[in-house]
Each structure stands twice: as structure tokens, then as C-alpha cells.
Write a new protein. Structure first.
Length: 456
């Protein structure tokens, strides 16, 4: 069986490892090929870029198929399991344990996205991975799927996995363009700053387990360390999310314009850690948007080599898809041979902190189901159906929560702000167990339970 994974983001890379571990390593008749449109890994990381919060459930999924990758990530991430929520007047609304190692075995990590990519590279077989290959479309052909590349070449596969992100061509081919991704009116801007550049007062305020999330009437501002606390030359990540009616130019961001609009939004926000000469938010924005110098810190040098000091990430939404596979295709022979996962199946907004984790879970769950059904009659269709039954309800529930979190970052009036601040204060009073649904999920256990319930 020839499997082609389209997309070398975190979802595609985890899928590769999961399929190798659960199927292909034990059966030489199964080949797994991964194609990615970017010419190299560093290019992929640069374009997707930035920092992210990697949740315990995502780490558990990664650890299940590549324990060395999980260890690599753990060593390089900042354990951000305590969230401090503030409002723009500088008031602490509350603190919340959001993904502790004690409860979940893995903690919430704040980390550069590129590190997660790097972690998943060892173990990829050179002959299986093809950078710089852009897919234009896929088509069911008899008992196979035809993959069409931008350079005019084609190939046939027995199974195609679309892990090609929010503007997925596989999704587009499956639904004939009926479910297009659209800009959702919120934009994220962010970057990294060496810790040593922060004022001494602000440096003192950094809690070794803390992520600061501040909500105002004109958007949201977050900051935290993103390498382990107490490393010799730490740096922080910062990000702002705000409403912008038209989509900003992410290819050529105008740093001065970004800085001016960030200062207009957050520059006057208050923090108890403001210095007499500069407020916390103002100084982070000014440092984050300054012209890059050559930094001393080698990790920062690597990042700035990609000019990653200000990233503009407009957010996209895709309508909910009726299905994530072609298991219901009219072509019975092709049923279950096209699978969508990660953002290609369900565009996960940043507010969930679950996009990467859900993509990793999808990958592990599907690989285990395929392993189970592969040799059964009609096995690919059964695996596809089981994958949809297992994953769609969970992901839709997480999407609903993310939508509510995203709304809290939109511009709002005085009453709405008071209401939101009260809701956050109440949230901080709740036990950490309210996150069990998201963080405690164990893909291997979930598949075993599903199969047991189905009597298989
Ligand atoms: C501003 C922002 C902040 C976020 N923060 C977080 C966070 O803190 N935590 C979190 O968990 N999630 C976060 N997310 C969501 C997260 O980024 C996504 O859910 C996650 O990256 C999905 O992974 P994926 O592998 O499915 O898709 P992607 O990461 O988009 O990867 C898709 C890959 O497919 C490749 N590709 C696309 N088209 C083709 C083609 N035609 N041919 C070949 N290759 C192709 C792309 O180049 C890319 O490498 C954030 C998203 C945004 C926009």
C-alpha cells in the first residue's frame, strides 16, 4: 500500500511517525511518502513561525509515537502552567492552573514552533520526504487516488492524507471548493525579545511558571518566557490579538505601521510592573518592533536570521465540514482513501491553544485505527468512518470553547468588558479539572476504548 501525506507541518510530521510506528515499520509492503510545498524545513518553520502553547494532550500524542521528540521539546520549552489574567487597568483578575505536570503527566509548554518541527525531523527517512513539492489537487481514480503536482507530474496512491493546513487543496478537491477558508477579522501579531532587554522591574515580575494574559476593550496582549526558566540567555514571546476589518499584508509587514497601531491599542495599558519611564506593554511593543540588531544570544541569532522578529498572522476560519474523509464517496472503490486531518479538517483558532495538539491526536488516532482495520474487508472505509466517529465530536467541542475565547478578544464596550472580567475572575476560581476534557485525552487509550465499545 502506498500512502502519501500532503503537508509537512506538525500534523503531517506526526502522521508520518505514527504510520511508520504502527504500520509501515512492521510491513515492508506499506510505503509512506510525505510531500511539503516549502523547499526546506527551515522555510516551513519561518513561514508558519512564531511561538505557541503546546498542551499536555498534544505532548502525550507526540510522546506516544516519538518519545525522543517529546523529550527534545520538553527540554526546550517553558513550562507555562500558571496563567495570570489581568485587565488593561493593571488589575489581576485571577490566576489559573492550566495544564500542570502533576495532574496530566505533561505540562503546558510555551515554545517556538520551529523547535517542535525540529524535534520531529530525526527518524524521517530521506527517501520518504520530498520538500518543495506543491500539490494542486487529488482525484479518486478507480481503487486509487491521483495526486496532481504543480509541476505537472502526477502519481497514484492507495491512501492520501491531507495534512495541508487551513487552505487545504485536499479539502478543496474533496468538496469541490464548497468550504473555503476566510479571514475571520482577527489578526495576531507577535515575536520574541531577549529577556535581558526588558527593564529590571519587568524582569523581576516574571513568575517562573507564568504566562500573562491581558484583556482590554481593544484587544488582547500576552507574554511569557518561551525557553526554560533559568537558561543562560532566555527570551520571551509576546503576542497581540485584535480586530482588524481588512486582512493585513503578512508577506511584507510594515513594522512602523504595526508598532503605531499596537501602541495605539495597548500602549497606555497599565501593569503593576510599569517603570516610572515606561509601561510594560509600551516597552514590550517598542522592543518587539525595533529594527533587528545582531543579538548576542545564538538562539535569537538563528531566529532573526529568518527575520522573525515581528510576525503577522491573520486568522482564518473554515466552515465546519460535513465529513473529514471520502468514506461516503459515490466511487465505492475509492471510499476511505482520502483523509483530512489537523487544520485541513478543522481550522483551530489560536484561542483554543489546541490546534497543534488536535492535529497530533488526529494523526495518532487515525494511524491506530488504520492498523486495526487495515487487513479487514473494506478496511480503509471502516478506518475512515471510525476516525470521523471518534474525532469529530471531540474537536467540535473544543472549537466551540475556542470560539467563546476568541470573542473575548474582540473590541467591546464598558459593560461587556466588566462582564468579561467577571467571567474570567470566576473561571480562575474553578478547579484545574475543568480542563480534563482537553488535556487528559490519551489517543491510545481512546482508540482502545472505542474499539472495545464497538466490540472489535
Ligand atoms: C496566530 C496563530 C497562533 C496559534 N497559536 C497556537 C497555539 O498557541 N497552540 C496551538 O496548539 N495552536 C495554535 N495555532 C493553531 C495551529 O497553528 C494549527 O492548528 C496547526 O499548525 C495545524 O497544524 P497542521 O499540520 O494541520 O497545519 P499547518 O501547520 O498549517 O501545516 C500545513 C503544512 O502543509 C503545507 N502545505 C499546504 N498546502 C500544500 C500543498 N498544496 N502541497 C504541499 N504542501 C502543502 C504547508 O506548507 C504546511 O507546512 C495558532 C494559529 C495561528 C494562526
Amino acid at each position: 500500500m502506498k500512502i502519501v501525506i500532503i503537508g509537512g507541518g506538525i500534523g503531517g510530521l506526526v502522521t508520518y511517525h505514527a504510520l511508520r510506528k504502527h504500520l509501515a515499520d512492521a510491513d515492508p509492503s506499506i510505503s509512506v511518502k510525505l510531500v511539503e510545498s516549502h523547499p526546506s524545513l527551515s522555510n516551513t518553520s519561518r513561514t508558519i513561525g512564531g511561538g505557541l502553547g503546546l498542551a499536555p494532550n498534544g505532548m502525550r500524542a507526540i510522546a506516544s509515537i516519538a518519545p525522543e521528540a517529546a523529550a527534545y521539546i520538553n527540554e526546550r520549552g517553558f513550562l507555562g502552567d500558571v496563567m495570570s489574567f489581568r485587565n488593561s487597568n493593571g488589575r489581576l483578575l485571577g490566576r489559573f492552573n492550566g495544564g500542570t505536570i502533576r495532574r496530566y503527566g505533561f505540562g503546558m509548554l510555551m515554545i517556538r514552533r520551529a523547535v517542535v518541527h525540529e524535534a520531529l525531523i530525526p527518524g524521517l527517512r530521506e527517501e520518504d520526504v520530498h520538500w518543495g513539492m506543491k500539490v494542486e489537487g487529488v482525484k479518486e481514480v478507480g481503487e486509487q487516488v491521483l495526486v496532481e503536482y504543480e509541476d505537472g507530474t502526477t502519481e497514484l496512491a492507495d491512501l492520501v492524507i491531507g495534512a495541508d493546513g487551513v487552505r487545504s487543496v485536499v479539502q478543496h478537491s474533496l468538496f469541490d471548493g464548497a468550504y473555503k477558508a476566510a479571514y475571520d477579522g482577527l489578526t495576531g501579531v507577535g515575536g520574541f525579545i531577549p529577556f535581558s532587554d526588558l527593564s529590571p522591574r519587568l524582569q523581576e515580575s516574571f513568575d517562573p511558571h507564568g504566562v500573562t494574559m491581558t484583556f482590554g476593550r481593544k484587544g488582547f496582549f500576552g507574554y511569557s518566557l518561551c525557553v526554560p526558566a533559568f537558561t543562560p540567555s532566555p527570551f520571551i514571546q509576546w503576542w497581540s490579538i485584535y480586530e482588524a476589518p481588512s486582512m493585513p499584508n503578512r508577506e511584507k509587514p510594515n513594522k512602523d505601521a504595526i508598532k503605531a497601531q499596537l501602541l495605539a491599542r495597548h500602549g497606555s495599558w497599565k501593569s503593576p510592573y510599569d517603570s516610572p519611564d515606561s509601561g510594560v506593554y509600551k516597552s514590550i511593543i517598542e522592543l518587539g518592533c525595533r529594527d533587528s540588531e545582531t543579538p548576542q544570544n545564538p538562539e535569537m541569532q538563528a531566529m532573526l536570521a529568518f527575520d522573525m522578529n515581528v510576525l503577522v498572522l491573520p486568522r482564518y476560519v473554515t466552515p465546519r465540514l460535513p465529513c473529514w474523509t471520502n468514506a461516503g464517496s459515490k466511487n465505492e472503490k475509492a471510499q476511505g482513501r482520502i483523509i483530512l486531518l489537523g487544520d485541513a479538517a478543522h481550522t483551530m483558532p489560536p484561542d483554543s491553544g489546541q490546534g497543534v495538539s488536535c492535529a497530533a491526536e488526529d494523526a495518532v488516532v487515525y494511524a491506530l485505527l488504520l492498523k486495526h482495520y487495515y487487513t479487514a474487508p473494506d478496511g480503509l472505509r471502516k478506518a475512515a468512518k471510525a476516525y470521523e466517529r471518534m474525532r469529530m465530536p471531540r474537536v467540535h467541542r473544543i472549537l466551540d470553547i475556542a470560539k467563546r475565547n476568541g470573542d473575548a478578544k474582540k473590541e467591546m464596550g464598558w459593560f461587556a468588558q466588566k462582564f468579561r472580567d467577571t467571567a474570567i475572575w470566576l473561571l480562575c476560581k474553578l478547579p484545574e479539572s475543568i480542563h480534563d476534557y482537553a488535556f487528559a485525552y490519551d489517543s491510545e487509550k481512546a482508540v482502545a476504548e472505542f474499539l472495545a465499545k464497538e466490540g472489535l
